[in-house]
Design a protein around this ligand. Structure first.
Ligand code: F6P
Length: 341
């Protein structure tokens, strides 16, 4: 068989581990040929590719980012390019494409699959917001980076008797905020799933100072918003792909909390550091398993599906089901964390 691989959307630690695993399973065990498209769907639409053999993927398991490059593509552009993609597939003699990506990529994969292209997807995202899989690779690494940052920030916050508001990624879900906040023992966490009341947040932080503590750490998911009418709030803009560009909830909260509490407050935006660098062992293993199972699904002809983790098993789920809803943090998780507003 001849298989094409691509990575699309925001990168995340573990992408290279999937690429390596696909090549190993396909080339070594099945005698397939594998090629990689450069820079996501763009490479497929423009016919820009490279051969992926064992040498090409040597040494990439632990490397962050993606050796193939990534990009985002506007859905309309992709829709217009379906026939071009089909043409490249035929010219290259490809039997299947394995796109590795998050919500946007999986929606695009579904579109191409519905047009009759042989697609087997692999989900990825640090946000952990894909509903049909227990977890996505990249999440564990991002939580680890954010937790280490929070641990470090505690010491400087204490030295200066400050409130630090630490903004983490996650788009419309609070998974990274919840897990890193719990792991680091944050004093308050705000998440997009539950709009917060600024008066309650100020009271919670204030109580800590009244109890004699010298500092406080607030973890704010980038998509967290105040309850309507409780605080003026600068809404984010959309980028050209229709994704929200978050405007800095940490900055806005630091101004508000400083005023309400009379304590120095500083925003810290962790940003893309959460997506960079070496994947954890957990993410490498999950990514490797996803790659292995994606190749098996190709050989079974299970197109229009993607890999997912359920318990300890890797299962195949239809792309249609995969893109139906986002996985948000369920209500019962807030109580366990104790400090979610
Ligand atoms: O979806 C992954 C993610 O890192 C989100 O957490 C974040 O909102 C977004 O991508 C950032 O995108 P960009 O790299 O385009 O700024």
């Amino acid at each position: 068989m001849r298989i094409g691989v691509l990575t699309s959307g925001g990168d995340c630690p573990g992408l290279n581990a999937v690429i390596r695993s696909v090549v190993h399973r396909a080339v070594v065990d099945h005698g397939d040929e594998v090629i990689g498209f450069r820079d996501g769907w763009k490479g497929l639409l423009e016919g820009d590719w490279l051969k992926l053999d064992l040498d090409a993927v040597s040494g990439i398991l632990a490397r962050g980012g993606t050796m193939l490059g990534s990009s985002r593509v506007q859905p309309a552009h992709l829709r217009d390019g379906v026939e071009r993609a089909r043409g490249h597939l035929q010219d290259l003699g490809l039997d299947a494409i394995i796109p590795i990506g998050g919500e946007g990529t999986l929606k695009a994969a579904r579109l191409l699959s519905d047009s009759g292209l042989p697609i087997v997807g692999v989900p990825k995202t640090i946000d952990n917001d894909i509903a049909v899989t227990d977890v996505t690779f990249g999440f564990d690494t991002a939580v680890g980076v954010a937790t280490e940052a929070l641990d470090r920030l505690k010491t400087t916050a204490e030295s200066h008797q400050r409130v630090l508001i630490v903004e983490v990624m996650g788009r419309h879900t609070g998974w990274i905020a919840l897990h890193s906040g719990m792991a680091a023992g944050a004093h308050a966490i705000v998440v997009p799933e539950r709009p917060f009341d600024i008066a309650e947040l100020a009271a919670k932080v204030g109580e800590r100072f009244s109890a004699g503590k010298k500092f406080a750490i607030v973890v704010a998911a980038e998509g967290a918003k105040p309850r309507e009418g409780t605080m003026s709030y600068d809404e984010g803009r959309k980028d050209v792909y229709g994704h929200e560009r978050f405007t800095g909830i940490a900055r806005q909260l630091s101004i508000e909390l400083e005023e309400r509490l009379g304590k120095e407050a500083r925003p810290v935006i962790l940003g893309h550091v959460q997506r960079g660098g070496t994947p954890t062992a957990y993410d490498r293993v999950l990514a490797t398993r996803f790659g292995w199972h994606a190749v098996e699904a190709v050989h079974r002809g299970e197109f229009g599906h993607m890999t997912a983790l359920r318990g300890t098993d890797i299962v195949m789920v239809s792309l249609a089901e995969a893109v139906e809803t986002l996985k948000t943090v369920p209500e019962e998780r807030y109580a366990e964390a104790e400090c979610v507003l």
